[in-house]
Design a protein around this ligand. Structure first.
Ligand SMILES: [Zn+2]
Length: 416
């Protein structure tokens, strides 16, 4: 992990080591420009063309991994994990909907007027859109801090071209090869990420031959499914008809699904497409990778499963060797920018208490400050005695805002 460096005009330069940044700060040759991601600004001119870097993204539903990689040296300059607030947004909107519906129900009936609720094309639910926007925000921030010249994103779960052909023509798959990883991702999608026999989810799944190999079953994708360890062992090399003797319905379903190839569209979801479009709009070349390739790269590098490591392994551009020593990813938690509601509502939707105007004494919830050499998160109070939460954990305490030294203004994210 390195520190981002800007020149006097706020243009990104080559990132430097933390020790070098400390030295520059100590000598007064640089100043802290931004805490998250940590960026310093130089106070003297530098005329050097920076080395190109690549931002790499592995979008996930709960967390999105993001990494800045130097393709030439295999160095990971920055790693982070963005935690989204999708479910919270959904909950809030549902709550609002219920309050509105309740209020409407209390009024005299009025006929609906006209259809003024059409959705624009490409509309995504706010909970999904927030994931796209969070990621976009962070790519923008990294582009301001580092000399980024390319972007990689995991777009599809599996490489459709490879797997499509194999459904038809029956290409053999081999474990450990890239193709094997693509097939696995394909099967996960096709069989709904669960055991085909007992529907169990979130357990290790094994690739399973519907017609056992020992009985002449092929290695074609249409003869493969996924089963949990237990079911796989219990089935062994039995005929599927014998194994599912008591479940004729299930047998029919499995055989029918096995024959039907998965459509291209299943490989990519709408959120990822939207992100891809947004990234293209930055004007940089965007490389799209598949989930199979990411996993293959990560396994080859011997990296443990994590969001940032997946991000660093996205796409064909991944360097042969990634330097992954002492990487501590920045944990970024989306917190939103706060609402515009002027009153706190009770459960019936009636105003309970008025909210003070923001900011209070120049502070907002989520600002970070220093108090007695300790980093704290600030929750302003109208009395002027603010609630302070130590970043490194510990008890919440209250102190006057006058005793605080600002470190970082709230920007919609919480860091650790
Ligand atoms: Zn099972």
């Amino acid at each position: 992990m390195k520190v981002f460096v800007l020149d006097t005009d706020e243009n990104p330069l080559n990132p430097c080591r933390p020790s070098r940044a400390r030295q520059l700060l100590k000598q007064g040759k640089a100043a802290v420009f931004r805490r998250f991601p940590f960026t310093v600004i130089l106070k003297y001119r530098v005329d050097k063309v920076p080395e190109p870097l690549r931002v790499k993204i592995d979008p996930g539903s709960r967390k999105t991994g993001i990494a800045v990689v130097n393709d030439d040296t295999g160095e990971i300059v920055f790693a982070g994990e963005i935690e989204h607030r999708g479910s919270l947004i959904k909950k809030n909107l549902e709550q609002r909907r219920n309050v509105r519906r309740n209020r409407r129900g209390r009024m005299r009936y009025r006929k609906p007027r006209f259809l003024n609720r059409t959705r624009p094309e490409g509309w995504l639910p706010p909970s999904l859109m927030s994931r796209v926007l969070n990621t976009e925000t962070w790519v923008k921030r990294l582009m301001k801090a580092a000399p980024v010249t390319a972007v990689s994103q995991e777009l599809v779960r599996f490489d459709t071209q490879q797997t499509d052909n194999s459904e038809v023509s029956g290409v053999m798959y081999q474990q450990g090869e890239l193709f094997g990883y693509e097939i696995r991702e394909y099967l996960l999608e096709k069989w709904g990420r669960k055991c085909a026999y007992c529907d169990r989810k979130n357990v290790p799944l094994e690739i399973e031959h519907i017609r056992a190999k020992s009985k002449g079953g092929s290695d074609r994708v249409s003869n493969l499914t996924l089963a949990c360890v237990k079911c796989n062992q219990r089935k062994g090399n039995k005929n599927i008809e014998d194994f599912l003797k008591r479940k004729p319905e299930l047998l029919k379903k499995i055989l029918a699904r096995a024959e039907a190839p998965l459509k291209d569209a299943a490989a990519v979801n709408s959120t990822r497409w939207e992100l891809f479009r947004k990234l293209k709009a930055f004007g940089l070349p965007v490389e799209a990778g598949s989930g199979g390739l990411t996993k293959f790269n990560r396994t080859r590098q011997g990296l443990p499963k994590s969001h940032w490591a997946d991000a660093a392994c996205v796409g064909k551009s991944t360097p042969e060797i990634l330097k992954t020593d002492d990487i501590k990813p920045l944990q970024i938690k989306a917190k939103g920018q706060g609402g515009r509601q002027k009153a706190v509502l009770n459960k019936h939707g009636q105003p309970k208490q008025h909210r003070p105007l923001k900011p209070l004494f120049g502070w907002r919830a989520g600002d970070m400050a220093e108090y007695g050499g300790m980093s704290v998160r600030v929750t302003p109070r109208t009395t002027g005695s603010f609630e302070l939460t130590p970043v490194k954990g510990g008890r919440v305490f209250s102190r006057s805002y006058k005793k605080l030294k600002r470190v970082h203004r709230s920007d919609g994210y919480q860091y650790s």
